[in-house]
Design a binder for this molecule. Structure first.
Ligand code: SF4
Length: 180
């Protein structure tokens, strides 16, 4: 039963990407995926999120198990240095998101209401928005930044998972590194 529930958690990842297309502020739900792993870790003393509840790991298993090439990964890819590099990138991303949202809130810069890949590269696709609710600029900006971060990490995870094994991303995932 527990295994079955885990297998269905991938729906959470799909829902996240869909609700972001209903209105980008709903992408702020992604914050849960960043906070819950630490709450569960503190509460249980174990990496419960990674072993049981992560919807993204469930998505990788679901989509990639049948097609993963299961190649041998180069050693450097999952080395300690690689984990550190991904963690630093993640923290820089969070810093950028926080500071830029603050600046938008203070009216110093315009909101970036578009998607980016790996922080720097603008994705030339407009995210559909099914509803045009009014929302403050800083929330729109924050929503796009979270959606971009989730899109980036999920895309990289899908690429690694296809080349190596489905949950290859977990070896360098910053949440895993931080909850250890
Ligand atoms: S390592 Fe990252 S992707 Fe893998 S289960 Fe943990 S939080 Fe999810």
């Amino acid at each position: 039963m527990r295994q079955k529930n885990q297998n269905l958690l991938f729906i959470g990842t799909i829902i996240f990407f869909i609700v972001g297309m209903i209105h980008i502020t709903l992408a702020l739900l992604g914050i849960l995926c960043m906070v819950l792993p630490f709450i569960l870790r503190a509460w249980s003393g174990k990496k419960l999120w990674c072993t049981t509840y992560c919807p993204r790991a469930s998505l990788f298993n679901k989509l990639l198990k049948p097609i993963a090439l299961n190649r041998k990964a180069p050693k450097w890819l999952f080395s300690k240095q690689a984990k550190k590099a991904v963690l630093v990138f993640f923290l820089i991303n969070l810093f950028f998101i926080t500071m830029s949202t603050l600046m938008v809130g203070l009216g110093r810069i315009e909101p970036m209401i578009y998607l980016r890949f790996l922080i720097a590269f603008k994705i030339p696709i407009e995210l559909p928005q099914m509803f045009a609710w009014d929302a403050p600029n800083y929330l729109l900006h924050l929503g796009y930044r979270f959606y971009s971060m989730m899109l980036t990490t999920t895309t990289v995870g899908l690429m690694l998972g296809t080349l190596y094994r489905p949950r290859a991303w977990c070896n360098i995932c910053p949440i895993q590194t931080l909850t250890k």
